[in-house]
Structure formats: C-alpha cells, structure tokens
Design a protein around this ligand. Structure first.
Ligand code: ADP
Ligand code: MG
Length: 697
C-alpha cells in the first residue's frame, strides 16, 4: 500500500467495508443504529460480529477488545483472543454477537468516585456503533461505553453520547420552527488542535520529574528560550519530520483525519490538527492520537510530552476544541447564510451559545480544570481563567445594532430586522485574529481554547453540548408558543443580547486590565481546580445535567470526587518526587561541588598563603547558604506533606494541597533553581532546560 487514499481507513471497519461484507438488511440495521441510535437485535449483531472477525483476521488481528474511556481520562482495553477450543484439541477463531455488543471487564480498579461498591465491582461495556471499530497492533478495538450494573456512567463516552442526544432533541425543536422539513437530526462536530513537546529520550530518562510527573519540577531558565520566536512555523527538523510522517500514516490507517502539523512557539513544541468530525468520533480519535503520538515518539528515540506545563517560563500546551453544530442535511448552523431566513437561524444559534457560555461560565471553567492545566490558565500565555467570548468587531456591531434598534452599515442606514434581512457579509479572517480569547467565534465555529493538552475532550464537549441544549430548550419554549414567530424571534434575540453581552470581550485577554474589567462585569474568575470543582454541586448545574439526562445527581457527585481526588494525587506525587530528587541527587551533588571548592581553596592555601582563593571561598559560601535554605524548604515541604494525613474531606484536602503543599513546592523550587545556576555542569545531576528543550536536533 502506498497512496494515502489506499492507506486511509485501511484498518477501519467502516461503511464501505460493511456495505461490502454485510447482507443488505443487516447493513441497513447497522446504519439505523448509527444514525438513530436504534439497538441492534441479537441476530444482526451475530452477523456483524462474524463479518468483523473475518475482516480483522484477514488484516492479521488475533485479539479483540472493548476499547473504552474510564474516568482516568485515558483509554483502557482488555484483550481477549478470538480463539475458542473445539473437539480434538483444536481451536477455531470465534467472536459472537454478544461479545461484540457487550463486555464485562473486571473494572474494580478504575475510578468510580464511589459509584460502585467493590462487591459489585464489575461494570459492563456496550458498543457505540456510531464510532467504527478499528485494528491497532493486531487487536480489533471496539469503541464502547462503560457503565455500572446500575446503569451509571463510569466513563467519559456515555455522558458525551447523552449530551449529543440532548442538543439534538432541543435543537430539533428550534429547527422545526424554522420549517426545515428535511432535517431529521442535528449533531455537534469537533476538530481538536493538539499541542505537544518532543524531547530526546536519553535526556528524558535522566529526569525523574519527567518520568514520574510529566513535567519538570526544577530547572533554571536557559539562556535562550522562546524569546526569538524562531521556532514558530519554522522548518521542521528531519527527525521530527520522520516522526510526523509515521504518525500521519498510522493515524490515517485507523481513520483519523490528521491534516496539519507545524512547529509551535516554544522550542520542541508542535501541533497536530485533524479535520473535524462528529463529536463522539472526534473524542475517540483524539484519544487514539494522543496514544499513538506517545508510542511512535519512543520508536524515534524521543518522548512526547502531553503535560500542560512541562517547563516553567516556556509556553505550555493546550488543545483548541473547534466546535460547531450541523444538520444531517449538511448545514453548519453556526455559519452565517445568504438568505434572511438562514441568517435568523444562525443568529438564534449564535445567541444560544452566547447565553450558554454566560450562564455556565463556571461549568466551562470547571470542565478544563486539572492540576496540570492550572499552570496555564491565567498565566501569561494561555487564555485567562475568566471565561469570555470573542465575536469579532463586525459581528459584535451587528448584534449591537439589533439590540439598540440602530442601523448597521453605512450604505442604506437600514435597521436590521431578524428574519427579514440578510446580514452584511463579514470577512471570515477578521474574526480569527484574537488569539487570547478563551472562546472565540472563528467564522463558522467556536474555538474553545482553555482545554489542557493532556485532557480528554469528552468532558468539555459534554458541557458545551448540554449548556447550548439548555439555551435552545428555553428558546423553543418561548417560540413554540409565540403568536407571531418573527416578532417573537426578533425580540428574543434582542433580549438575549441585552442580558448576556457582558460575556463578549474582543480585547486582549492576557491584559491585567481585562481581569479588573471582568470583575466589574460580574464575570467569574475561578483561579484553580479547588476553586472551580465545587461548582459541580451548585443546584443550577445539578438541575441542568439532570434535566437533560446527561448526568444523574450521583454521577455528578462521582465526578466531583474524582476530579478533586485526582488533583490531590497529582500534587502528592509531585511533592514526593521533589523530595526524592532533593535528598537523593541534588543535595549530594551540591555538597560534592562545595567540597571541591573548599578543597581547592585549602590546597591553594597550603601551597602559599598569598594565592588568591577568593572565588572558591565566595562561591562555596554562596552554595552553603543556598543549601541551608534548600534544606529548610525541603523540611517545610515534608511537613506539609505529613499534614495531609489528618484531612478527610476531599475539598478541604485539595485546598490544602494548593495553599500549603504547592506553595511549599514553589518555594523549594526557587532555591534549587538558584543552586543550579551556581553549580558546575559536571556536578549538577540532571540535564538542564537548555539540554532538554534543544535536545531534538
Ligand atoms: P486554525 O485555528 O489553526 O486557524 P482552522 O481554522 O483551519 O485552523 O481549523 C482548526 C480546526 O477547526 C480544524 O481541526 C478544523 O477541522 C476544525 N473545524 C473547521 N470547521 C469546523 C466545524 N464546522 N466544526 C468543528 N470543527 C471545525
Ligand atoms: Mg486554532
């Protein structure tokens, strides 16, 4: 196989494979289960399973797995072979309809946030037929949802599918009011742009902090960082290019539409963007992408860092979640149209997003919160922790004209009546210049830019889909009962703009003045994970998710516990890693260096009292005092870590980790980084920032 077209999807059990291999009737059933969520009956499932198995074996597969996404945020798989024993000690390759549709992994070690007592530890996995099965490393992977026996979602896919159902349900009510006869369903689409770092594997192996925590816990600033911005869109190094080529090919085989790759701002940082697709598939594909990125990097003698902030003082990595809504007839509902009627529909969906982001700023902030992402949000590079929307000046002017019954555009000086007028065309590019906004309209989609590079995109899309479903529900309630649809629509849009325009901000989101202005506008500024997680339990949010049947109250509780628990664990591991590095490597190294300095001074003195040894003594004194300071800070961190033992409430614990443990870590780091700058290279036990960042030549 050589051409991209031959390669693409060659390891995917997709529509064309199914059409070729399934009886017509069964193919139809699978299609209706993909499109309308109808359950496959067991006869059809058996036929599909058989065809899938034959296809997979022809492609060299020997095992199958229900591939699922537990609440750890990564994917899980348990491989079973197709082998079935038959008489005479022989085996045959078998795979039943039941095995296709449902699995029972022993799931007791996956986080459940208390959803599942250990006596009923088993969960079950169920095929999501809307996401194609594929072969990875000789294993047939069947994308599945993962639930407890009580039916509670133990994974990230189930709520995502439910949220897609919610926006379909409420969106269709609105779509019908516009008289769209042919539209039978709407779905959201996502294209996630993924940032990552590539570093040399030998260098990586020498850094305990990278190995244990994915980020550097110490490291003095290198003489050259990203100041020159000479890496951004620069020529791709041959080693990286070879990696990207292999990554592309492997992604294409499993049907991921990897499209653009370029260097990012920081040295060693890159980005990969796929072509957008249906949200649940995009989520599966992003998981696959992250997995393959890491695996293929190793083959090329490199390590792919997906952590949000591997290096202090250097840009972190995020994920831009490009999101839109489209109909089954192929209309992008966030694309301004050519007719008054299309424009009115566009404006209403636009309003639905504006209102949703304003009403649920807390949930949007919360769904991107993690220990890793806390280093980015609000730091001087990533979007701020304050959620706001960038619309671009043209679109904002149009909304303002509608709100105030003022003319827009200088030609006709006409008032804009929703439903009667075509919107003036605005150039698409002008909407995309603001790179500092957390939530930007980019012409025909919104780009949610607060996601961390390591996180699953499922959670943020669950929130996006559900909050917009809620705006649409409210609009449908109003418009379905309106006497005059056009008047009601016009007034509704005016009303939404008036009530929610505070969330619109077109300026520089990195500017401190914006934070002050946002506060005046009454926008939330939830700075950290412990600050934002309690929002899960806010009655308005519980009401939202239960009303749309996306999460039950117990499922929300579980996620609250898991997010906080995970935050605490990450900080705990980081603190212990720091202590280990200081006691085992850093203190012995600086002691040795300081000894060599004093030895030199002493031997010089022994030779002749008149030899100048000012340098050695001054430096030895500096290192000694820094070492004493480091020991004191290390002890303080140790004490902080000990203190956590007494705290039982998870929220209180998370706050303690942030306020006390994390603060102690930062203080220790400052002293150690200072020690690093004064210690001779041959004594310092770890590769420096310079070594790491410029390690891939
Ligand atoms: P950039 O943000 O770097 O300028 P693009 O605007 O070309 O790049 O696209 C970024 C991502 O947005 C791509 O993954 C693209 O497929 C995705 N995208 C484009 N249209 C849509 C849409 N309607 N829904 C979701 N994602 C989309
Ligand atoms: Mg982008």
């Amino acid at each position: 196989m050589n051409t991209v077209t031959e390669l693409f999807g060659s390891m995917v059990f997709n529509d064309s494979v199914m059409r070729a291999r399934l009886p017509k009737e069964v193919f139809k059933q699978v299609q209706s289960s993909i499109n309308d969520g109808k359950r496959l009956d067991s006869n059809a499932a058996t036929v599909v399973a058989n065809a899938m198995k034959d296809w997979a074996i022809e492609k060299g597969a020997t095992h199958f797995t229900h591939w699922f996404q537990p609440m750890t945020g990564i994917t899980a798989e348990k491989h079973d072979s197709f082998i079935s024993p038959v008489d005479g000690g022989r085996v045959i390759m078998e795979f039943s309809g039941k095995e296709l549709i449902q699995g029972e992994p022993d799931a007791s070690s996956f986080p459940s946030g208390g959803l599942r007592a250990t006596f009923e530890a088993r969960g079950y996995t169920a095929w999501d037929p809307s996401s194609y099965a594929f072969i990875k490393d000789g294993v047939l992977c069947i994308p599945t949802a993962f639930c407890s026996y009580g039916g509670e979602a133990l994974d990230k896919k189930t709520p995502l599918l439910r949220s897609m159902e919610a926006i379909n349900r409420e969106g269709m009510r609105v779509i019908k009011l516009f008289g769209n006869e042919k539209v039978t369903s709407i779905k959201t689409t996502v294209g996630p742009e993924q940032e990552y770092f590539l570093i040399d594997r030998d260098i990586y192996e020498k850094r305990k902090d990278l190995i244990y925590t994915g980020r550097t816990l110490f490291g003095a600033k290198p003489p050259k960082g990203q100041e020159l911005e000479d890496h951004y869109f620069g020529a791709i190094k041959p080693r990286v290019a070879a990696y990207m080529n292999e990554l592309d090919e492997e992604l294409w085989k499993v049907g991921v539409l990897a499209k653009t790759e370029h260097n990012e701002v920081a040295p060693g940082q890159h980005e990969l963007a796929p072509i957008f697709t249906t949200t649940n598939i995009a989520a599966d594909h992003n998981q696959l992408t992250m997995e393959l990125m890491q695996r293929i990097a190793r083959k090329h003698g490199m390590v792919c860092l997906l952590h949000e902030k591997p290096f202090a003082g250097v840009n972190g990595s995020g994920k831009h979640n490009n999101w839109s809504i489209s109909t089954n007839t192929g209309v992008n509902l966030l694309e301004p149209g050519d007719t008054p009627y299309e424009n009115a529909q566009f404006l209403l969906f636009l309003c639905a997003v504006i209102q949703a982001v304003d009403d649920y700023q807390d949930m949007l902030r919360l769904c991107v919160a993690s220990a890793g992402n806390d280093h980015r949000l609000g730091a001087n590079e990533a979007p701020p922790a304050v959620v706001s929307i960038f619309l671009g000046s043209e679109l904002e002017a149009i909304l303002s004209a509608i709100e105030n019954d003022e003319p827009y555009g200088n030609k006709e000086k006409e008032l804009i009546k929703v439903g009667a007028h075509v919107l003036p065309k605005f150039p698409k590019d002008s909407t995309d210049r603001n790179r500092t906004s957390p939530f930007a309209f980019t012409g025909n989609k919104f780009e949610f830019r607060m996601l961390g590079s390591a996180q699953s995109i499922s959670g943020p899309n669950v929130v996006l889909n559900t909050v917009v479903a809620e705006s649409l529900r409210q609009y449908a309630d109003i418009l379905e009962n309106a006497e005059n649809f056009e008047d009601a629509l016009h007034n509704l849009i005016k009303d939404v703009i008036r009530k929610h325009k505070r969330i619109i901000f077109n300026g520089n989101g990195y500017d401190d003045a914006w934070i002050a202005e946002a506060e005046k506008r009454g926008l939330l500024n939830l700075k950290s994970t412990p600050d934002s997680v309690p929002c899960y339990l806010d009655p308005k949010n519980v009401e939202l998710f239960t009303r749309h049947k996306v999460y039950s109250e117990t499922e929300i509780r579980a996620r609250y516990e898991i997010k906080l628990g995970n935050y605490c664990k990450v900080l705990h591991i980081e603190a212990l890693t720091m202590l280990d590095m200081v006691w085992k490597d850093i203190l012995p190294a600086v002691t040795a260096y300081s000894k060599s300095l004093t030895d030199t001074a002493l031997s010089k003195k022994a030779l002749s009292e008149s030899i100048d040894c000012g340098f050695e003594t001054v430096l030895a004194a500096k290192i000694s005092s820094l070492t004493s300071a480091a020991v004191a800070k290390t002890r303080a961190l140790e004490e902080a870590v000990m203190e956590v033992k007494g705290i039982t409430d998870t929220l209180e614990l998370a706050r303690f980790y942030k306020d006390v443990v994390f603060a102690a870590m930062n203080e220790l780091r400052i002293v150690v980084d200072e020690l690093e700058t004064h210690t001779a290279a041959e004594y310092w036990p770890y590769p420096t920032y310079g070594d790491i960042l410029f390690s891939v030549k």
